[in-house]
Design a binder for this molecule. Structure first.
Ligand code: HDE
Length: 710
C-alpha cells in the first residue's frame, strides 16, 4: 500500500472497524440470541388456551430478561448527550511544539467521535436548560486514542478535584425530593456558592448567554485544564485547547430556552442530527494557547488555576486545525451512550500539568467507566476501540471480547521473546515529561490560588450591555428561586466583590438589601474576545418561519425562498393547517408545519408574505400574533412584505419599530425588522433580511421602552 492509500485508509479506518459490528437485520428470520429461529413472538407458551405461561418458554424468558437488563447507569454528570462522527485535519505540521502523530501531516484526516452534553440533568432532561455543555472529542490516532474532554466554558467551579463531589451534590436535584431537575436555581447550589467563593468567576459564565447555546454547532469548546505539548526533543510548553465554531458563538434567550424545553426538549440534538443529514457539516477550528515553561510565573494569575482563563489578548489562540462532523451515529446506545471519554487518554506529544483539578480528573474517568460499563474491558466496545493495535498482558474480566492466544500473559517473559515489548521513544512509546517535582506532603492550596474575583470582574467588564442585562436577569431567576433569604443576601454580598453595580442590580430583583459597602476589584481591563457580540456572524444554516394563509402573494414567497436557499438558509411554511395553501395568483405551496406543531421559538427569524386575504386571516389568528410577538421579544429578525406590513403594525412591533416605515417601495430596516411595501421586486428586501439574520439577534430592541427580551 502506498503512502496516499495509507492516509486514505486512516480516515476510513474507524468506520471500517465499526462496520464489522453493524447489523441491519433486513430480510432476516427472527431468532433467539442463540440463533434459534422463532415461530411466534406475540404469544407466550401456555398450558391450554387460557392457561398459565410455562417456564420452559425459553424465547419468552430470554426476551423479557434482556429487556429487564437494557439500562446501564447514566453518567453521574453529563448524563444527557448526543454524538456524531467526523474527522480532524491539522493545518501545518506542529512538530516544533508537539510530536503528536495526528498533528503532523495536513493531508491526513484523523477520525473522531464527539459527544456533546449537558452536565446536571438526567438522561431524559431537556436540551435547552441553563447549564455548562460538555464537548468531548475522541481522536482515533495512529498512536492510540486521544480524548479532549472539554466544556463550552473555559473555567470551572472549583480549584481542586476533591471538591467535585461537593459541588455536584449541591448542584444536582436536592436529595430529599429530587427537585429541581437540570437547574442550579435552588438553595443547596447557592449555599455551596457563597461558601466557596472560588466559584465566583464560573457563576458569571454560567449565568451568561454561554449557558443557553443556540446550537451545539454554535458553541466553543475549552479543554479548561492546563496541559503540556511536548516535542520530539522533549521540550515542553504549557497549553490550553480551544474549539472555535465556524458558525460563531450564538445563544438563545432565556424565555425561549424555557419554552423550548417544553415544546422540543430535543432541540439541540435534533439540530445537530438534521444539520449533518442535510450535509451542513458542523466545523470547529482547534486552537491552542501556549506558554513557555520559563514564563510560568509571569502572569497575574496562576496558570494552573482552573478557575482562571488565559485572556486571548494576552496569550493568543493559534488555530492549528479543523474538525468536521460529517456522519450521524447508527445507534445511540452503542455509540453515544457507551462512549467512554477520559481526560487521561493522551498520546505521545500531549502531557499533563499539575493543575489540581486535572490531577483528580485523571483518576475519576476510568473509575466511573468501570461502574457504568461494568468492568475493565470497556475499551473493547466498538466505539471505544482504538484503531491503533492493542497488545498487552491484561486478561479476562467481564465481557472480554478478544481471544488472547498462548500461555504467556506476563512480562518480562522468555517464552514469547518478551513480547509485547515496551516501545522506545523513537517507536512512539509514551514518555512522561520529566518535570522536576519536590515538596512536602501538604493538604493546602497555594496562595497563588487565593484571588477569586479579579477575572470575574474582567468577565463582567467584557460583556456588552445586552449581555450584562441577561446576566442580571439570570441572577434574578436563579437566586430569586432560592428560599432562604439570608442566602440571597449573601449572594449579593459575594458578587459585590465582583462589581458594585452588578450586586445592586441583583439585589433589586430578589427582594434583599443592596450592598452596604463599595464593591468591585478595581480591575478595569476587559477581554473583547469573550463577548459574543464580537463573534463570527453568519446566516448560513439558519431557520426561517414563513407565515402564509390562502390568498398569499406567490411572487413574494417564491422570491424570498429562492434567496434564502441561495444563502444556505432553511425555511418552513407555516399555516393554520398542514397541506396545500392557494395563493392569490392560484398557484399552491404546501404548509409543512402548522401552529399546532411549531412555534417562533423553533426558528431564527420570521417572514410574513403579502397578499390581502392571507394577511386578513392571519390578523384574526391569535397564534400568528403570538408568533410575531415572540419573535419580537426574543430579538429575532422579522421580515414582512407588502400587505404583511399591516399585520406587524397591529402587533407590539408597530409601536416600537415601524414608526418610519416607507410606503414607496423602499426597504425599511430598523431594530432587525425589515419591511417593504408596494413592490414586487424583493431583491433589496431579501438582501437586508439575510443581513438581519446574520446578526442573529437584535438586542437594540431591549432598550426601547425599557422593554427587555427574554
Ligand atoms: Fe468531567 N467527568 N470531571 N469535567 N466531564 C465526567 O466521566 C470529573 C470536568 C467532562 O461525553 C465523568 O464518563 C471530575 C472539567 C465532560 O461522556 C466523571 C472533575 C471538564 C464529560 C467526571 C471534572 C469536564 C465529563 C462522568 C473535577 C471540562 C462528559 C461520566 C475534578 C474540561 C464526557 C464520565 C462524555 C464526564 C469527572 C471536571 C468535562 C465523573 C472529578 C473541568 C465533557 O468521571
Amino acid at each position: 500500500m502506498d503512502k496516499e492509500q495509507q492516509k486514505q485508509n486512516l480516515e476510513n479506518k474507524k468506520d471500517q472497524q465499526l462496520e464489522n459490528f453493524r447489523i441491519d437485520h433486513k430480510n432476516t428470520k427472527l431468532t433467539t440470541n442463540q440463533g434459534v429461529r422463532v415461530t411466534d413472538t406475540d404469544d407466550s407458551l401456555k398450558a391450554g388456551d387460557r392457561g398459565p405461561t410455562l417456564m420452559e418458554d425459553f424465547h419468552f424468558r430470554e426476551k423479557m430478561t434482556h429487556f429487564d437488563h437494557e439500562r446501564i447507569p447514566e453518567r453521574v454528570v453529563h448524563a444527557r448527550g448526543f454524538g456524531a462522527h467526523g474527522y480532524f485535519q491539522v493545518y501545518e505540521p506542529m512538530a516544533e511544539y508537539s510530536k503528536a502523530a495526528f498533528l503532523q501531516d495536513p493531508s491526513v484526516k484523523t477520525p473522531v467521535f464527539v459527544r456533546f452534553s449537558t452536565v446536571v440533568g438526567s438522561r431524559g432532561s431537556a436540551d435547552t436548560v441553563r447549564d455548562v455543555r460538555g464537548f468531548a472529542t475522541k481522536f482515533y490516532t495512529e498512536d492510540g486514542n486521544y480524548d479532549l474532554v472539554a466544556n463550552n466554558i473555559p473555567i470551572f467551579f472549583i480549584q481542586d478535584a476533591i471538591k467535585f463531589p461537593d459541588v455536584v451534590h449541591a448542584l444536582k436535584p436536592e436529595p430529599h425530593n429530587e427537585i429541581p431537575q437540570a437547574s442550579a436555581a435552588h438553595d443547596t447550589f447557592w449555599d455551596f456558592v457563597v461558601n466557596n467563593t472560588e466559584t465566583a468567576h464560573m457563576i458569571m459564565w454560567l449565568l451568561s448567554d454561554r449557558a443557553i447555546p443556540r446550537s451545539f454547532r454554535m458553541m466553543e469548546g475549552f479543554g479548561v485544564n492546563t496541559f503540556r505539548f511536548v516535542n520530539e526533543q522533549g521540550k515542553a510548553r504549557f497549553v490550553k485547547f480551544h474549539w472555535k465554531p465556524l458558525l460563531g458563538v450564538h445563544s438563545l434567550v432565556w424565555d425561549e430556552a424555557q419554552k423550548l424545553a417544553g415544546k422540543d426538549p430535543d432541540f439541540h440534538r435534533r439540530d445537530l442530527w438534521d444539520a449533518i443529514n442535510m450535509g451542513e457539516y458542523p466545523e470547529y477550528e482547534l486552537g491552542v494557547q501556549m506558554i513557555e515553561e520559563e514564563d510560568e510565573f509571569k502572569f497575574d494569575f496562576d496558570i494552573l488555576d482552573p478557575t482562571k482563563f488565559w485572556p486571548e489578548e494576552i496569550v493568543p489562540v493559534i488555530k492549528i486545525g479543523k474538525m468536521t462532523l460529517n456522519r450521524n451515529q447508527d445507534n445511540f446506545f452503542a455509540e453515544t451512550e457507551q462512549a467512554a471519554f477520559h481526560a487521561g487518554h493522551v498520546v505521545p506529544g500531549i502531557d499533563f500539568s499539575n493543575d489540581p483539578l486535572l490531577q483528580g480528573r485523571l483518576f475519576s474517568y476510568t473509575d466511573t467507566q468501570l461502574l457504568r460499563l461494568n468492568g475493565p474491558n470497556f475499551h473493547e466496545i466498538p466505539i471505544n476501540r482504538p484503531i491503533a493495535p492493542v497488545n498487552n498482558n491484561q486478561r479476562d474480566g467481564f465481557h472480554r471480547m478478544s481471544i488472547d492466544k498462548g500461555a504467556v500473559s506476563y512480562s518480562p517473559n522468555s517464552l514469547r521473546n518478551n513480547s509485547p515489548q515496551p516501545a522506545s521513544d523513537i517507536e512512539h512509546g509514551y514518555t512522561h515529561y520529566a518535570e522536576k517535582v519536590e515538596g512536602q506532603k501538604i493538604r493546602k492550596r497555594n496562595v497563588s490560588f487565593d484571588d477569586h474575583y479579579r477575572q470575574a470582574t474582567l468577565f463582567w467588564n467584557s460583556m456588552s450591555s445586552a449581555e450584562k442585562q441577561h446576566i442580571i436577569k439570570a441572577f434574578h431567576f436563579e437566586v430569586g428561586s432560592v428560599k432562604d433569604k439570608q442566602l440571597k443576601q449573601r449572594v449579593v454580598e459575594m458578587f459585590n466583590n465582583v462589581d458594585g453595580q452588578l450586586a445592586a442590580e441583583i439585589a433589586k430583583g430578589i427582594g434583599v438589601n443592596p450592598p452596604q459597602i463599595p464593591g468591585g476589584t478595581g480591575v478595569t481591563a476587559s477581554s473583547p474576545a469573550i463577548s459574543q457580540e464580537n463573534t463570527i456572524k453568519s446566516a448560513r444554516t439558519r431557520k426561517v418561519a414563513i407565515l402564509i394563509e390562502n390568498g398569499f402573494t406567490f411572487n413574494d414567497v417564491t422570491q424570498v425562498m429562492t434567496a434564502l436557499s441561495g444563502a444556505g438558509i432553511h425555511a418552513d411554511i407555516i399555516s393554520m393547517n398542514l397541506g396545500m395553501i392557494t395563493s392569490a395568483e392560484g398557484q399552491q405551496l404546501e404548509a409543512n408545519k402548522s401552529y399546532a406543531n411549531s412555534g417562533s421559538i423553533m426558528y431564527d427569524a420570521l417572514y410574513i408574505a403579502g397578499g390581502k386575504q392571507s394577511v386578513d386571516s392571519l390578523l384574526m389568528h391569535k397564534d400568528a400574533k403570538d408568533f410575531i410577538n415572540d419573535s419580537f421579544v426574543h430579538a429575532k429578525p422579522i421580515g414582512a412584505t407588502n400587505e404583511a406590513v399591516d399585520l406587524l403594525m397591529s402587533s407590539d412591533v408597530q409601536r416600537i419599530a415601524l414608526a418610519g416605515v416607507d410606503t414607496q417601495g423602499q426597504v425599511f430596516y430598523d431594530l432587525g425588522i425589515v419591511t417593504v411595501r408596494n413592490t414586487s421586486d424583493l431583491t433589496a428586501f431579501t438582501q437586508e433580511f439575510i443581513n438581519a439574520l446574520a446578526e442573529h439577534r437584535h438586542w437594540m430592541r431591549q432598550n426601547q421602552d425599557g422593554k427587555m427580551s427574554g
